[in-house]
Design a binder for this molecule. Structure first.
Ligand code: SP5
Ligand code: ZN
Length: 342
């Protein structure tokens, strides 16, 4: 299968993040994408191509216009306010506040449009975010044009980004934009299957009231793990979307036996929905040695994930999400893809 990848992701580098009790170098770093790209070439998965430029018209259907404007302007505003280095929020709206009034100061705005401290900005962030979005759309176009599968090697990732908020290293929800693209180009139903360790709260929020995009999430139980405030099993959709959102919260320490049982259940639901296209939000932070996660999948498990997904027999777009064990991230992510192709 083809891989769509933009070298412009490297502009999003040098960020710091808040980790337990310290400001540390961000776990979501450029070497992640570089090592995956090298593995794609080492195993001969297929050609690696750069994305075409796409405008934001599809993204505007799933993200608020003022939010996209914010993403593009936040870093220049941060500099104009006399700040330097990593732009990050320190205050967020919560219960009982005026969530309808975006502040004018950049310190207020950056918190208003985020749910955590994990969506930070440097000078090259917007260009990287835009290139990641372009990779998702270009790869989606390959699948829409008839390829069995394609790999959008997106960085930064997207599944924590909602209609009007960033967080968890995510800005534009690349998988959600791809789903909207499929819907706008002939697909009647689209499924997003999110196998990242963390619940894809942004993807769930975007499609929660929609029946045309089925969303399934396998993830660490939000009672025990980030992003904590969404991802329970009783979140099944609202209004017209009732019955089209499925969560599989799993306990910390889950290994292949428990994880694959949830994948089988999810795949049964996908088959019953019979989508025209499948998008896999591909996180490999389920790995036993991931530095910020607590599942126990091994490198030999990843090809089995790909093989199970392939059995659905659907046009499939893989969109890269998380995974922070940088040494093994290429083996694990590309393992899913080679397992799919066998
Ligand atoms: C796309 C994606 O996988 N985003 C994940 C964002 C996770 N952010 C929370 C990180 C918390 C790190 N604290 C773990 C302590 C290990 N020293
Ligand atoms: Zn994750």
């Amino acid at each position: 299968m083809k891989t769509v990848f933009s070298p412009r992701h490297v502009g999003h580098s040098g960020n710091v993040e808040l980790d337990t009790n310290a400001i540390v170098a961000a776990y979501e770093k450029p070497s992640r994408a570089q090592i995956i790209r090298e593995r794609v070439e080492a195993v001969g998965l297929g050609p690696v191509i750069e994305p075409n430029a796409h405008d934001l018209s599809t993204a505007r259907k799933i993200h608020a216009h003022d939010y996209l404007d914010f993403l593009e302007s936040v870093y220049p505003q941060w500099l104009a306010a006399g700040h330097s280095g990593t732009a990050m929020p320190y205050v967020w709206p919560t219960r009982g506040v005026r969530a309808d009034v975006p502040p004018t100061s950049i310190e207020g705005r950056i918190g208003y449009y985020a749910f955590d401290a994990g969506a930070t900005f440097v000078a090259g962030t917007w260009d990287a975010v835009k290139s990641s979005h372009d990779s998702a759309l270009s790869a989606a176009r390959l699948v829409q044009a008839g390829e069995r599968a394609a790999f959008a090697l997106c960085r930064p990732p997207g599944h924590h980004a909602g209609s009007n908020f960033a967080g968890g290293y995510c800005y534009i929800n690349n998988a959600a934009v791809a789903a909207q693209f499929f819907r706008d180009n002939g697909a009647k139903r689209v499924t997003i299957l999110d196998v990242d360790y963390h619940h894809g709260n942004g993807t769930q929020q975007i499609f929660y009231a929609r029946a045309d995009v089925q969303v399934l999430n396998l993830h660490a139980d939000p009672l025990q793990e980030y992003p904590y405030f969404l991802g329970h099993a009783d979140e099944t959709g609202s209004g017209a979307g009732e019955g089209f959102n499925h969560n599989f919260p799993l306990p910390l320490g889950t290994a292949w036996e428990g994880w694959s049982a949830a994948l089988d259940s999810a795949c049964d639901l996908v088959a019953a929905y019979a989508p025209d296209a499948l998008i896999v939000s591909l996180g490999v932070d389920t790995f036993e040695r991931d530095p910020i996660s607590k599942f126990r999948l091994t490198s030999s498990d990843y090809p089995k994930i790909g093989a199970r997904i392939a059995r659905l027999g659907l046009p499939t777009l893989f969109v890269m999400e998380g995974g922070y064990a940088v040494e093994e991230i290429g083996i694990n992510a590309v393992g899913v893809l080679t397992g799919f192709e066998q």
